[in-house]
Design a protein around this ligand. Structure first.
Ligand SMILES: *Cc1c(COP(=O)(O)O)cnc(C)c1O
Length: 423
């Protein structure tokens, strides 16, 4: 069972908020490192094991740098993400470029930097060749098993309804075609789940890819250098849920490897993941303050953050645990909707949630916000996004992204050209 903790006390927050007004994000470096080590230890038994952190989950170079120092690479899907990874010191084949609907210029940059290019469609073979003027030596394809695979949820959907990847038949044509174009090294990728908590799911994904490796060898004589199981490892957002057991996953993958890969002479086959969520999700919190309460047909607590800072509850109806600093052990005697200030009724961090009585000025902590949190922020209603703080291992706090200002919001508008404008 996951226990919902927060590394700072109410007193800490009072001091901190004098310097950094709420709302802000806090990430816990020690906890991020401890998890990364646990993950890498469980899977290090596999040849050339790699984890490419999905940059989109928390695109902050300070966080990427911490992960890089634990031996973790980057999974990117846009030019700015490639540049961000580079600035965090992640380079070459430590970058997986798992993009989709990719513009030419981004393929050119990814190739220039020596990233592993993972194609999302068979037509992208010609597109890539034309973009680069030549075909790369190393190429990866993303497989979408469609109806051949159960799974999916409201985040990623059923495989056959998902826009990603190549069908099974296309995959064989794609490897043959890319070999004809001069590719010499091949990787195979899939991502068929999101926020999945069943560890067996990832073992089954590995089996699916291992079987494909054997078939690619038998039918085309193509040897896959590594398989990438994608992201999708879930986290226990709800207190009663259980985190994915990495040793269970690694043991299951190892058994499948011995059964399917070793006897076929395909050992060593590299294994990789590109998880985002479990690496930072549980180790980041959105800290807000209650500024209003109202009682109509329901009881509401209004906080100074909004869905523009964390859209998961509004977008997917996702559960995020909420606690109140200093009232961690107080009885949950009230039922509240905890809401933000957007002019959208889905701007609710918690709906009909049992919580201790909340007073104005209380710090309301939204848990498990370290992945797909600040990253998904937006500026609707001219909301200015929260900044990010890092709690370092020595207990000190550094600001790793300041909060947005009105000038940031106006930065893309040239007011001097506005008729009648006076500065
Ligand atoms: C979003 C995404 C990931 C990371 O997903 P998590 O759920 O954060 O682990 C990895 N790979 C691809 C291609 C993605 O789109």
């Amino acid at each position: 069972m996951s226990e919902k903790t927060f590394p700072l006390s109410k007193r800490d927050l009072e001091g901190l908020s004098a310097q950094y007004p709420t709302p802000f994000y806090v990430y816990d470096e020690k906890a991020i490192r401890a998890h990364a080590r646990r993950f890498m230890k469980a899977f290090s038994r596999f040849p050339n094991f790699r984890e490419y952190y999905a940059v989109k989950a928390c695109p902050n170079p300070y966080i990427l740098k911490i992960l890089a120092s634990e031996g973790i690479g980057a999974d990117c899907s846009s030019l700015p993400e490639l540049i961000l990874s580079e600035r965090a010191g992640i380079e070459g084949e430590n970058i997986m470029f798992s993009s989709n609907e990719t513009p030419e210029s981004e393929y050119v940059y990814a190739n220039l930097k020596g990233a592993v290019i993972n194609l999302d469609d068979i037509t992208h073979i010609d597109y890539l060749e034309k973009s680069l003027g030549a075909f790369p030596e190393l190429i990866s394809f993303r497989y979408n098993p469609g109806p051949l695979r159960e799974g999916g949820n409201s985040i990623i959907g059923k495989p056959e309804e998902a826009k990603y990847g190549l069908t099974r038949d296309q995959l064989f044509d794609a490897y043959a075609k890319s070999r004809d174009k001069g590719a010499k090294r091949f990787a195979l990728h899939t991502m068929v789940a999101s926020n999945e908590l069943n560890p067996q799911f990832f073992v089954d994904t590995a089996k699916m890819l291992f079987e494909l490796c054997v078939e690619l060898k038998d039918r085309l004589g193509i040897r896959i250098e590594f398989v990438d199981l994608g992201g999708g490892i879930g986290i226990p957002y709800r207190p009663g849920q259980v985190a994915v057991d990495y040793d269970f996953v690694a043991d299951g993958i190892e058994r499948a490897y011995r059964e399917l890969i070793t006897p076929e002479g395909l050992d060593p086959l590299g294994i990789s993941f590109e998880c985002g969520r479990p690496f930072t999700g549980p180790y980041g919190w959105l800290v807000t303050r209650a500024i209003h309460e109202k009682h109509i047909y329901r009881d509401y607590v209004g906080v100074d953050a909004s869905m523009a800072d964390l859209m998961r509850p509004g977008m997917y109806g996702a559960y995020h645990h909420v606690s109140v600093a200093g009232k961690e052990n107080a009885p949950a005697t009230k039922t509240y909707d905890v809401v933000g200030s957007l002019c959208e009724n889905c701007d609710k961090f918690a709906v009909q949630r049992e919580l201790p009585e909340i007073e104005r000025g209380d710090f309301v902590i939204v848990h498990d916000a370290g992945a797909h949190g600040r990253a998904m922020g937006f500026n609707y209603n001219a909301k200015l996004r929260a900044g990010e703080l890092l709690l370092r291992e020595d207990g000190t706090i550094v600001e790793i992204r300041r909060r947005e200002t009105i000038d940031d919001y106006f930065a893309t508008i040239d007011f001097k050209k506005l008729p009648g404008f006076k500065a």
